[in-house]
Design a protein around this ligand. Structure first.
Ligand code: AMP
Ligand code: MG
Length: 327
């Protein structure tokens, strides 16, 4: 049994995986009524809830700490203050239970857990709060074939939601609002080769909101149609370029039904398979860390409790920096 700990941003999550099956998955997420994430406050949130989430989690899963074989944790990328709370918690538990730690790259965990859906060798459109990347395995690494040049898609949507007076996370509220419109308002479309850029579109949206000349639902609808088309376009180009026949969605923005629909249509049109995990595995969660951790652990990756000083957080770790020795 592998315990996974997620703490890269807004979510403190715990999960248990055994032989590729999710046994338990629980989380406590930092939210706000109006502003965005304040890293120090999110970290304080994790610190405050960790003990309680952990004991409740084990109780509900009917698992004793001693049954856990190893502890996987999110090493990066993410907000440093939040990662620090995660690694502290992981190290304390490792010493207490006398079990090894497994450092996991958060983005790769999103991709690995997607295999639960049956995807074998997919291109992943990883659309989350801070990260937006098109990732696939090629030449012994998970490589980034396209990405945002400025802000993550989730942060972009959350900021737009904030302009409309909504709190964090704004994505689900914007999705609901967008359903009330079919009136497309032209917005800039920014695909540059395999990459996308979002900050210019955000400025444009901000001006449109402030002008008071547009309906909120029309802006929400038009925003989704524009930026999701950009995401699907670069995903398709990556699939064509590396000759892969599967697309996997990952990250919290992947919960969006319209994005799922657009990605599915693109896949159907090019005779590719489309996979999307359950919402509980799309947004940040502990089970995905446990899932990737188990694969790594079985390949021999672990740090025993007397080697913990060798482990630190990696707030800026890139997906393609990770040596993939487990495939
Ligand atoms: P993650 O960082 O992967 O946990 O994803 C969190 C991000 O997903 C936040 O920016 C949310 O606003 C966004 N999100 C969650 N649900 C939806 C949705 N239904 N539509 C769009 N964005 C969403
Ligand atoms: Mg994520």
């Amino acid at each position: 049994m592998i315990l996974g700990i997620e703490s890269t941003a807004h979510t403190f999550g715990l999960g248990i995986v055994e032989n590729g099956k999710v046994i338990a998955n629980a989380k406590d997420t930092y939210t706000t009524n109006s502003g965005g994430i304040i890293p120090i406050e999110a970290a304080r949130h994790h610190k405050n809830v960790s003990e309680e989430v952990y004991s409740k989690f084990l109780q509900e899963a009917k698992i004793k700490g001693s049954e856990i074989d190893a502890i996987a944790f999110s090493q990066g990328p993410g907000l440093a203050p939040c990662l620090i709370e995660g690694i502290k918690f992981a190290k304390e538990l490792s010493r207490k239970l006398n079990k090894p730690l497994i450092p996991v790259n958060h983005c790769i965990a999103h991709l690995e857990v997607g295999k639960i859906t049956g995807a074998k060798d997919p291109v992943m459109l990883y659309a989350s709060g801070a990260n937006t990347q098109v990732i696939a395995y090629a030449s012994e690494k998970y490589r980034i074939f396209g990405e945002t040049l400025d802000i993550g898609i989730g942060n972009f949507i959350d900021t737009f939601a904030r302009y409309l007076g909504m709190g964090f996370p704004g994505g689900p509220k914007i999705e609901k609002l967008a359903l009330e419109s079919k009136n497309y308002i032209e917005l800039p479309y920014k695909v540059k080769g395999m990459d996308i850029a979002l900050s210019g579109i955000l400025t444009n949206l901000k001006q449109k909101v402030e002008s008071g000349k547009f309906r909120r639902e029309d802006l929400a609808y038009s925003m989704q149609e524009t930026v999701f088309a950009m995401l699907v376009e670069v995903s398709e180009r990556a699939m064509a370029h590396i000759g892969k026949k599967e697309l996997l969605l990952g990250g919290g923005v992947g919960c969006n039904k319209r994005l799922q629909e657009m990605a599915r249509i693109m896949c159907e049109e090019r005779d590719a398979k489309f996979f999307v995990p359950d919402n509980s595995l799309l947004t940040d969660n502990g089970a995905m860390i446990a899932f990737a951790g188990e694969i790594m652990f079985k390949s021999g990756i672990k740090f025993s409790p007397n080697k913990l000083n060798k482990l630190d957080i990696k707030p800026r770790q890139r997906t393609d920096e990770v040596e993939v020795t487990w495939r």
